[in-house]
Design a protein around this ligand. Structure first.
Ligand SMILES: Nc1ncnc2c1ncn2[C@@H]1O[C@H](COP(=O)(O)OP(=O)(O)O)[C@@H](O)[C@H]1O
Ligand SMILES: [Mg+2]
Length: 258
């Protein structure tokens, strides 16, 4: 059975997409089959894995709104993971879904269909858009757990309460068992006391676990998407790549201990 994680935070630029690409590559490296789902109409995950959305005939939008079998849209990538890509059409899907019955369940049904067809994955990582709209709620509804990437700077906590309110609603109405695995500190500069203080404040205030280790801030992360790979292939032994491998190992442990 697969473990589905939603990587969510309605704030942009906190490394959701980078986390999905890098964790996915780390899980694949350690022998897991991995599906990444791009749920952001900006299609940054799709781009960063070397795929030009303009070249695609089918994408996640067809799967969510037109009932296309996900297998028809999934593509293998050079990073060893499979991708259900997005295009800008997904922006329209968000609007289309608003008036649909069962819209919260569209991601979940697509993934269940894959499993029913014997085409499931060990891990499915959902790259959420920077909003708490239909697509994020659908991701939370499909997920076993949510991981919240967080840049440890002042005021970064302001969105966390809202996200947790959404998680509570999802638990009440569409996914009773949704777990919160915690915050993942990203773009982390451990040399400053500031980053550490912010992290402690947030995890205390919201009673959230901190997923270890923090992901260091490095220019290497900006270089990888330009060549369509994750940092795990472009800078194999960089401490940023190693941090994602360690996070992946910790998540694998967590998934196994229900
Ligand atoms: N650990 C890091 N160090 C430095 N830059 C990073 C790091 N992680 C991500 N970035 C950069 O920060 C920007 C935003 O990251 P991204 O993953 O797109 O965030 P989100 O999906 O939350 O909007 C990108 O330019 C990315 O390359
Ligand atoms: Mg993103």
């Amino acid at each position: 059975m697969s473990t589905t994680l939603a990587i969510a935070n309605q704030k942009g630029g906190v490394a959701k997409t980078t986390t999905v690409a890098s964790l996915g590559a780390a899980l694949a490296e350690s022998g897991h089959s991995v599906l990444l789902v791009d749920l952001d109409p900006q299609a940054c995950l799709t781009f960063s894995l070397g795929i030009d959305p303009e070249d695609l005939e089918t994408s996640v939008h067809h799967v969510l709104t037109k009932g296309l079998d996900a297998r028809e849209a999934i593509i293998p990538t050079d990073d060893g993971v499979h991708l259900l890509p997005a295009t800008i059409e997904l922006a329209r899907a968000e609007a289309d879904l608003l008036t649909r019955t069962g819209r919260e369940h569209v991601v979940k049904s697509a993934l269940e269909q894959l499993e029913d067809d014997g085409a499931g994955y060990d891990w499915v990582l959902l790259d959420c858009p920077p909003s708490l709209g239909v697509l994020t709620v659908a991701a939370l509804t499909a997920a076993r757990a949510v991981v919240v990437p967080l840049q440890c700077e002042t005021l970064s906590h302001r969105g966390v309460g809202q996200l947790l309110d959404t998680v509570h609603d999802v638990r009440r109405f569409t996914n009773r068992k949704l777990e919160v695995w915690g915050v993942l500190p990203t773009l982390y500069d451990g040399r400053t006391n500031h980053a550490r203080t912010v992290l402690e404040t947030i995890s205390d205030a919201y009673d959230l676990d901190v997923i270890e280790p923090p992901i260091p801030k490095s220019i290497k992360f900006a270089e990888a998407p330009a060549v369509g790979r994750s940092i795990l292939s472009t800078s194999r032994s960089h401490k940023g790549a190693q941090a994602y491998r360690d996070v992946a190992a910790n998540l694998v442990k967590r998934a196994g201990s229900r």
